[in-house]
Write a protein that binds this ligand. Structure first.
Ligand SMILES: [Zn+2]
Length: 63
């Protein structure tokens, strides 16, 4: 799980950037392509990436 190079499915209208995304894990390898495909970022991935960043920041503050 984590942020990765953008990839998209020919069956979806969005691109994914996080392997923890529930939509991204459903993509069939045969439909999967590297790159954004000129689509919009998946909201789920965007949220996952933000959450991770926030956690990192908090950890840094605790130290
Ligand atoms: Zn996604």
């Amino acid at each position: 799980m984590g942020k990765v190079t953008p990839f998209n499915s020919i069956r979806q209208l969005v691109y994914h950037t996080n392997t923890g995304c529930s939509e991204a894990v459903r993509i069939d390898p045969i439909d999967r392509h590297t790159g954004t495909g000129h689509k919009v970022e998946c909201l789920c991935c965007a949220r996952l990436n933000r959450t991770k960043q926030k956690r990192k920041t908090r950890k840094a503050l605790e130290v």
